[in-house]
Design a binder for this molecule. Structure first.
Ligand code: MTE
Length: 393
């Protein structure tokens, strides 16, 4: 691939911030502590979770780097960075969440397969770049097209990293053409994150950002865009990132029976308290993040201090403190909200949070009912155990 190299070993990985909790080293998967996550509405790049399936690619020569657009279109085209930068630049504030977020809690019910994540495989960034809808227009696919003249219905993004799940081949995924050509879906070919060029971990020089959709479809280190009749047949679309019922195990699994995960469901997490926090009796702040996929906003967040019998509604506390936010409130359709409530905690108890999105979807009560063998989409009510001690604490 011109301009980009994919190493086979982990000897040339980029530097990472020591705040990150490392869940696996090679491949590198890491998340910030939950308290750090709510220190800023826009997650600093250093604190942003990193989810990789192979060694991090290296750009040798940015001038010769290009993305090929091919497949079921009349005229294939190679786009250099300068061509992409010539298109209108959009700044979209969008929360990226790995489908494996909160997997560790699901594995406490029954073993699941996959990297263990606490609650921070999620982050909110201002992504800047060209809209995929504009890029596709350049190759003759008008906005709001769902089928090309030659029968293309899906847009595949192919990277260059070497993934063992793909037998050493690149990471790839696809989205429907109707989403890719819809300017309102805000799918980006992003070259900046929080106003800086993407760093290596997050896809330098160019990545896809599919707002409202599980992180797995936001392909990093983009090499090729392929217009296909069928959805991408890669491992991460067909043999991973699908959700099965609790009855399915590794002996009776039929991968073809389920669709690849796309929009993520409503989610919320308490970040101000660790499990198990020891505290004095009295008032305490309960705060965290809430987000839903598919462009659905958050309607409300309910908090309970008695394990879910009684609830109070939390208030929204959009922490700004980041220069981009003032200009981009209109982009919040794809972004998380922070919630907060001061609550009296008289004795040891379980504090629970559940969110409701603008389509009135509510998080499921128990993780047991949504357990699945890959440990994806744990969006059950978030519970934190607190131990309240008295005078001699
Ligand atoms: N793209 C490539 N090329 N390789 C990958 O391993 N991981 C995917 C996605 N895009 C991945 C990728 C997954 S599973 C997630 S959750 C997000 O990238 C994570 O993006 P981040 O590391 O920038 O947070």
């Amino acid at each position: 691939m011109p301009g980009l190299t994919a190493p086979s070993s982990y000897s040339q990985e980029p530097p990472r911030h020591p705040i990150l909790q490392i869940n696996s080293k090679a491949t590198f998967n890491a998340e910030p502590p939950r308290s750090a996550l709510i220190s800023s509405y826009v997650t600093p790049v250093d604190f942003f979770y990193k989810r990789n399936h192979g060694p991090i690619p290296i750009v040798d020569d940015i001038e010769s780097y290009y993305v090929s657009i091919c497949g079921l279109i009349e005229n294939s085209k190679d786009l250099f960075m300068r061509d992409i930068r010539m298109l209108p630049k959009y700044n979209i504030t969008a929360t990226l969440q790995c489908a494996g977020n909160r997997r560790t809690a699901m594995s406490n019910v029954r073993t699941v397969k996959g990297v263990g994540w606490d609650v921070s495989a999620i982050g909110n960034a201002v992504w800047s770049g060209a809209k995929l809808a504009d890029v596709l227009e350049l190759v003759g696919i008008p906005n709001l097209t769902s089928v090309t003249r030659s029968g293309g219905k899906h847009v595949e993004f192919v990277s260059i990293d070497k993934c063992k799940e793909e037998n050493g081949g690149p990471y790839k995924a696809s989205i429907p053409l109707s989403q890719a050509t819809n300017p309102e879906a805000d799918v980006l070919l992003a070259y900046e994150m929080n106003g800086e060029p993407l760093n290596r971990d997050h896809g330098y020089p160019l990545r896809v950002v599919v707002p409202g959709v599980i992180g797995a479809r936001s392909v990093k280190w983009l090499d090729t865009i392929n217009i296909l009749a069928e959805e991408c047949q890669g491992f991460f679309m067909q043999k991973d990132y699908k959700m099965f019922p609790p009855s399915v195990n590794w002996d009776n699994i039929n991968w073809k029976s389920r669709r690849p995960l796309m929009d993520f469901p409503v989610q919320c997490v308490i970040c101000s308290l660790e499990d198990v926090n020891v505290m004095k009796p009295g008032k305490a702040k309960v705060s965290g993040y809430a987000v839903s996929g598919g462009g659905r906003g958050i309607e409300r967040v309910d908090i309970s201090v008695d394990g879910g019998k009684n609830w109070v509604e939390a208030s929204r506390c959009q922490k700004t403190g980041f220069p981009y936010i003032a200009d981009h409130m209109s982009s919040d359709k794809w972004a998380w909200v922070f919630f907060e409530v001061i609550i009296d905690i008289p004795h040891s108890t379980q504090i629970v949070a559940k969110a409701v999105d603008t389509a009135a979807n509510v998080q499921p009560e128990s993780v047991e009912t949504i357990w699945n063998l890959r440990g994806v989409l744990n969006t059950s009510w978030h519970r934190v155990q607190v131990r309240v001690g008295h005078s001699n604490m």
